[in-house]
Structure formats: C-alpha cells, structure tokens
Design a protein around this ligand. Structure first.
Ligand SMILES: [Fe+2]
Length: 308
C-alpha cells in the first residue's frame, strides 16, 4: 500500500473519484482522581490499579495532546475513535476528554464508540454516560451507522459493565447491523469494535478475563456477512495488524495501539495512531505514526513493522 498523500479534506482525484483520509485513534485513557463518593464497585479495583500498581504513569496528557495536534495537522476527512476515552468513566474524566478532543470535534466529522473503561458503572445501555457529552459522534444506540463520503463506519457494542474486563456483543445487533450494511454496499465500510476479534498472530484473542466473551459469534458473523471491508479496534495497548476471513476474501483488522500511552522507551511503550486512505472502494494508504516524546512521525520500516 502507498503511504498517505498530502493533507486535505475530501479530495477529487482526476482518474479515480473521491479519496477519503481517515485518522484512527484509540485508548486515550484520560485520567482524573475519583471523588470519595465515586469509589464504588469496579472503581475500587481500578483506582488501586492506577494509583498503587502504577498504571497511571503509563498514560500521559502531553502524549494525548500531541496526538490530537498531529491528527489536526493532518486534516483528515474523518476521525474514528475505538474506545477507552477514560480510565474509570468518571465525570471529571469525560469532561477533560471533551476539552482535550475539542480541536478534533470542532473541525472534523468523528465517529466514537465506548471502551470497557468507559462502561465501568452499570448503565441502562452501555455507553450512556459517554453519550451525555459525546452522543453527537456516537449515535443514539448501537448498531450505529455513520457515512462520510465514500467511507462508512458500522459500530457494534462490545462492552458491558463486568467485574473483570470481559466484553459482550448483544447478538441481535449483528442481524441489525447486517441489514444496515445492505444499504451501503457501494461504500468502503469499517466495522468499529473496542475488543479485538483476534490476537496479533491471528489466534482467538485472550485471556478470557479481558476478551470479548462471545467473540466466536462475532467472528462467524464477519466470516459470512458481506459489506465489511476492514475492522478497526483498540483495547490491546500494543498495536497490531492481522486479518480474518470474510465472504469475499481476507478482511484487514487494524489496531494502532494506545494513543494515550506515555513515551516510555525503556518499557517499549509509546503512543500510536493510524491514517488510512480509501479510494474507489479500496484502502490505498496505511500509515502508523508513533510518538518520540516530542512529536509524531511514521513508524520506521512502515506501518506495524516494529511489531509493537
Ligand atoms: Fe484500553
């Protein structure tokens, strides 16, 4: 695949129609300290994980701000965010994330889904708390279909409030999503999930404590449902690219890795984000950028070549 072309909004290509440039960010994990009254249920464990076991320092506001600046500078046509906006679904975290993302949300069409960290507390529908501030970019319910130029995004729920980090897709959403897909067969369509369907070597993703519990059903649905051209997800903080069988051949699966990660080279961690170019019903560009502590630049050797 070629690398991304010059920045710009939806562009006319003389020979082949419209080109759409998509930025993919995920797992920002914006953090704020919980108030005493918010220390309930899963947040007790989450707070211990963040503040006692040190997970808090794995994410950095400066990396998050630099990632957002990098997306803005690239002038994508659409931005897709695949979940884990917050660390513990706290009001203060959603509010901080809203401020942080304003440069993107005020400029570019954006598609957002929640992650398991955004659904820490029981809700009528997973993601309702996030919808209070981000509903405009999430849609009122799942499955949600977003169409931007020649690219479409079909979003299905994979998250639920669970004592561990096990996800779930309500299977009635699969039939509903398949119906929606029938109406957009002329678009290049991304299936947007938070949880991986497969691990980095194409194996079923695990361990089960932090995987999509009914991933078998979703994989079978992908294997047999026409109209899914690529899959984007997050959850696993070291990114990878793999593929899964679809009814018309392999479907690429893309996870940039956590965009909120701090620059910690000694731990082999840093923030990543991806850009995809779609043209004439095909993905013609794939670029993965990583944070060097100051700014973002293309991954040496090409997208996903570093293996982390
Ligand atoms: Fe995450």
């Amino acid at each position: 695949m070629s690398t991304i072309l010059a920045p710009g909004r939806v562009k006319q290509n003389v020979s082949s129609g419209v080109l759409v440039k998509i930025a993919h960010i995920t797992d920002l994990h914006v953090q704020a300290a919980p108030r005493l009254g918010e220390m309930t249920g899963k947040r007790l464990l989450g707070t211990a994980n963040l503040y006692v076991l040190g997970r808090r320092t794995k994410f950095s506001l400066s990396a998050q701000e630099a990632a957002i600046a990098s997306v803005v500078a690239a002038e994508p046509d659409v931005v897709v965010f695949t979940g884990d906006l917050t660390a513990q679904a706290l009001d203060a975290e959603f509010s901080l994330a809203r401020t942080l993302l304003e440069p993107i949300l005020s400029r570019f069409p954006t598609v957002m889904i929640p992650g398991n960290h955004d659904t820490y507390v029981r809700e009528k529908t997973p993601g309702d708390r996030m919808r209070e501030l981000f509903g405009k970019w999430m849609g009122p319910e799942m499955p949600a279909l977003h169409v931007h130029g020649d690219a479409a995004f079909i979003c299905i729920e994979t998250c639920r409030c669970h004592p561990l980090s096990s996800g779930w897709t309500p299977e009635e959403q699969l039939a509903e999503a398949a119906t929606k897909l029938q109406n957009i067969q002329d678009k290049f369509t991304f299936l947007c999930l938070h949880y991986p369907l497969l691990g980095r070597h194409g194996e079923p993703y695990g361990p089960s404590t932090r995987a999509l519990a009914n991933a078998d059903a979703v994989r079978e649905w992908v294997n047999t449902t026409p109209g899914i051209n690529a899959i984007v997800h997050g959850h696993e903080h070291h990114g990878f690219k793999t593929n899964i069988s679809g009814p018309n051949g392999p479907v690429t699966i893309l996870n940039p890795g956590a965009t909120g990660y701090a620059h910690l080279p000694e731990q082999n961690r840093t923030s990543h984000l991806c850009f995809y170019t779609v043209e004439d019903g095909k993905m013609t560009g794939l670029e993965r950028l990583l944070f060097d502590g100051t700014s973002f630049s293309p991954e040496p050797g090409g997208a996903f070549s570093t293996g982390r």
